[in-house]
Design a protein around this ligand. Structure first.
Ligand code: NAD
Length: 496
């Protein structure tokens, strides 16, 4: 990766070659903590994207990757994990610079990314396949095969981790890849692909194409030569991907937005519930798909909960990610900052009461970047836009409920179904309630944790398919039935 003075010059990687953009269109990447220019990234054209797709198709058809033994592919994945770990500090710093998150969060993401490669390196070598008891003279079996060319489109909130959740299983399964990072966070994408090149993954298997969603992303989603598109991003763009993918009926995997409920009963361990509720919304500056952005609190402790939650929210120190004293990072872009501020205005107009925050932070040099105070809205109702729509920032609503039934009704009262949590000292009640929450990722007496071993994805308009775990590998594999006739003679269906 070339560093010219302090500006990093990023390149696309197609067919094993690092390339400048063909056209003059360049994406200037800034550090959201201070708006300094940190990188220049190519904006690939439709033609360049199509070329990368063709390269990936040729590489797939050559069998250079898919025909390797799983043992060989797993060895590459483990080497990638080693290199990620060796470069953890640098990768974390780069992630802080273009995403805006705090360093400890970035370090966690990078370590988890290495773990994800190791997990799929192990999983792909596990025994798999099935045999079936069909008529005596036939042996039926199932084998799993790579899908082909995988188009991977990722968002900016966890640039490295969201990419690796796709790249690791896609490579493990034997697919070839065309990978498009988000425009505001392309730096670790290039670093990761450099690592993949360095460990010797054959040319053409991994292709990186940076650029606009409407050009690069759209071309990937539409292409008849892409066999599968795995997308993480907003529900709105997910819908567009689904339409574009219809052309060749490519497989789709969609990890989309959320508006996740966090239900807190009066019998919960109070301080634990407050603590996880804070982490649930302010970790990642609220720019987290599974953020617990709707806190639902049982009537009896509603006022006490708000008082303690607001007290703690006010203590959270927002600041630049590289400043060790910062506890919450920047908003990723000016556009996202404006979206969040717009929602705060909408909340006020809708009649919700602002219990704290609700403004941009500008003191102590924060005016150079994009920072918003931890924000809490109370006295909200389910019909409000701030309760229904994904804000994707450090803004939470707190509602009260009177009993189990109402808690479940409020929890499920959105178009989303990504995540949800329940806090209660009564294990049976917690289990009853969590089973009724219509969401793909749920927690009891905690909130927000992820594990490479466990599936991640949403119900309803939060997506289709699952990342991580064995399900995350399934998304990148075709299932083939093989029937072997053990009694080789004519079928005799038509008289001879
Ligand atoms: P986004 O939908 O705006 O963009 C995501 C990616 O899609 C980017 O790379 C973008 O360039 C590309 N894109 C944009 N328009 C496109 C088009 N027409 N065709 C193809 N690609 C296109 O999302 P974002 O703002 O980058 O990320 C935030 C969103 O991601 C939030 O809604 C969040 O909830 C969601 N998210 C979901 C998960 C999950 O696991 N469910 C994880 C992280 C983020």
């Amino acid at each position: 990766m070339a560093v010219t003075s302090t500006i990093i010059e990023l390149k696309n990687y197609i067919g094993g070659e690092w390339r400048q953009a063909m056209g003059d269109d360049v994406n200037v990447v800034i550090n959201p903590a201070n708006q300094e220019v940190i990188a220049r990234a190519p904006r690939a054209t439709k033609e360049e994207t199509e070329e990368a797709i063709l390269v990936a198709k040729t590489a797939f058809e050559s069998g250079i990757w898919s025909n390797m033994t799983t043992y060989e592919r797993a060895a590459y994945l483990n080497k990638i994990a080693d290199k990620i770990e060796e470069n953890l500090d640098e990768l974390a710093m780069l992630e802080v610079m273009d995403n805006g998150k705090i360093k400890t969060e970035a370090e966690f993401d990078i370590a988890d990314a290495a773990g994800c490669f190791r997990y799929y390196a192990g999983l792909i070598m596990a025994p798999e396949g099935e045999t079936y008891q069909v008529p005596e003279d036939v042996q039926a079996m199932v084998v799993k095969e790579p899908v082909g060319v995988a188009g991977l489109i990722v968002p900016w909130n966890f640039p490295m981790l969201m990419s690796v959740w796709k790249i690791a299983p896609a490579l493990a399964a034997g697919n070839t890849i065309v990978y498009k990072p988000a425009e505001s966070t392309p730096i670790t994408a290039m670093k990761l692909v450099e690592i993949i090149e360095e460990v010797g993954v054959p040319k053409g298997v991994m292709n990186l194409v940076m650029g606009k969603g409407s050009v690069v992303g759209q071309t990937i989603a539409e292409s008849k030569d892409v066999d599968l598109v795995s997308f993480t991003g907003s529900t709105e763009v997910g819908r567009e991907i689904m339409k574009a993918a219809a052309g060749n009926l490519k497989k789709i995997s969609l990890e989309l937005g959320g508006k996740s409920p966090n239900i807190i009963f009066a019998d919960a361990d109070f301080e634990t519930a407050v603590d996880y509720a804070l982490m649930g919304i302010y970790y990642g500056t609220g720019q987290v798909c599974s953020a617990g952005s709707r806190i639902l609190v049982e009537e009896g402790i509603y006022d006490k909960f708000i008082e303690r939650f607001v007290e703690r929210a006010k203590q959270i120190k927002a600041g630049p990610g590289l400043d060790e004293s910062s506890q919450m990072g920047a908003i990723n872009s000016e556009a996202q900052l404006n979206t969040i501020l717009k929602y705060i205005e909408i909340g006020k107009q809708e009649g919700a009461k602002l219990a704290c925050g609700g403004h941009r932070l500008t003191e102590n040099g924060l005016d150079k970047g994009f920072f918003i105070a931890p924000t809490v809205f109370v006295n909200v109702t389910s019909d409000m836009r701030i309760v229904q729509e994904e804000i994707f920032g450090p803004v939470v609503t707190i509602q009260s409920f009177k009993d189990e039934e109402e808690a479940i009704k409020l929890a499920n009262d959105t178009d989303f179904g990504l995540a949800g949590g329940v806090f209660s000292g009564d294990g049976a009640k917690a289990m009853r309630v969590i089973k009724k929450v219509r969401a793909g990722i749920t927690w009891v007496n905690s909130f927000g944790t992820t594990y490479n071993e466990a599936p991640w994805g949403g119900y309803k308009q939060s997506g289709i398919g699952r990342s991580l775990g064995t399900y995350g590998l399934d998304d990148f594999q075709e299932i083939k039935q093989i029937n072997i006739n053990l009694d080789v003679q004519p079928a005799g269906w038509f008289p001879n």
